[in-house]
Write a protein that binds this ligand. Structure first.
Ligand SMILES: [Zn+2]
Length: 320
């Protein structure tokens, strides 16, 4: 059914790679985070993913596929399903001779404000990410995250401090911007986030109460920046700030130091440990292969009764 070579996961007997790691003739691109996008000759992705990649000035030769649009390749068919990670993010369902394979890409169950919600289908073979596939990574409930975020901001305002909210420019920032704008906070966003917000808006996701940061007075305003700018002059020149990093890694109390932040909050665009396990229970696969995460997750899946392996240890699967 699939084979692993130096370019990544390839569907046997075809030129189709799944998030190919190197330049490939044809690759499915699950979403627009840069670790998933290479200069392939041709890509298959959702229209939003294609626009997000193009926004970064990357020319791509693309076959746009909407969610649920079936597309035949060689002797199999493919269908993209929402994965709840960022705008346009998709799983791919591959069907050949009545057997189904799902490759998840990055995914997050539950409600999203800016991405279509994860859709779960049953499949014989599941290839999945396991970014937070260790039991210590259990995220707080959604209401608790919102409450902690609002309290952080209100505390800053109460002390005359500028709250700086940090999240990756694609995905996390838009989800936080949507949430905070809808709560009627006023937000100044870094232009790098603004460029991506524009693409979201083109796809019908609308945001309130924000402007692109141009050095304006930040009294009673939130400043939102990508984490790599935490120590940049644009931020350090602001008189009093307190920085909050939004990341699933916040479950580890030391995570904030890694990002140069004062605090961290487990506001994530990935599944946590329990959600990863629950996802596999719902897909009910005969074989599971994990990638992008904690290797030890295979043992937890085996404990649950699944036949699980590391993808990297499985150069070829031809049973199906
Ligand atoms: Zn991602």
């Amino acid at each position: 059914m699939f084979e692993i070579d130096d370019k990544g996961i390839r569907i046997t007997g075809s030129e189709l790679y799944l998030d190919g790691r190197k330049k490939s003739p044809l690759s499915f691109v699950s979403h627009a985070h840069s670790d998933h996008v290479r200069r392939h000759e041709q890509v298959i992705a959702t229209p939003a993913t294609i626009n997000l990649v193009r926004q970064r000035n990357r020319k791509i030769n693309a076959i746009p596929l909407d969610y649920h649009q079936r597309y035949p390749i060689d002797d199999f068919s493919i269908e993209l399903l929402p994965s709840g990670h960022v705008l346009g993010s998709a799983q791919i369902l591959i069907e050949r001779d009545g057997l189904k394979l799902i490759y998840t890409g990055d995914f997050k169950p539950g409600k999203n404000l800016t991405a279509a919600p994860l859709e779960v289908r049953r499949a014989n073979i599941l290839i999945m990410e396991s970014t937070f596939g260790a039991p210590q990574f259990v995220f707080p409930k959604e209401w608790e995250i919102i409450e902690r975020l609002a309290k952080f901001i209100d505390r800053c305002f109460g002390s005359g401090i500028v709250p700086v909210v940090m999240g990756y420019a694609l995905g996390k920032s838009q989800e936080a911007l949507k949430l905070l704008g809808d709560l009627d906070y006023q937000i100044s966003i870094h232009p790098l986030i603004g460029q991506i917000v524009q693409v979201y808006e083109q796809h019908g996701i609308l945001f309130k109460n924000y402007q692109i940061y141009q050095g304006e007075d930040l009294r009673e305003r939130i400043l939102m920046i990508p984490p790599h700018l935490a120590r940049s002059h644009a931020v350090t020149k602001i008189w009093r700030t307190r920085k909050l990093m939004l990341t699933g890694w916040a479950v580890d109390p030391d995570a904030r130091y890694r990002y140069g932040a004062d605090e961290a909050l487990a506001f994530s665009d990935h599944a946590d440990f329990n959600q990863l396990i629950e996802f596999v229970r719902q897909v009910q696969p005969e074989r599971v292969f994990i990638t992008h995460g904690f290797d030890s997750f295979v043992y937890y899946l085996r404990k649950e009764g699944f036949k699980a392996n590391l993808l990297e240890e499985t150069p070829q699967l031809s049973l199906f």
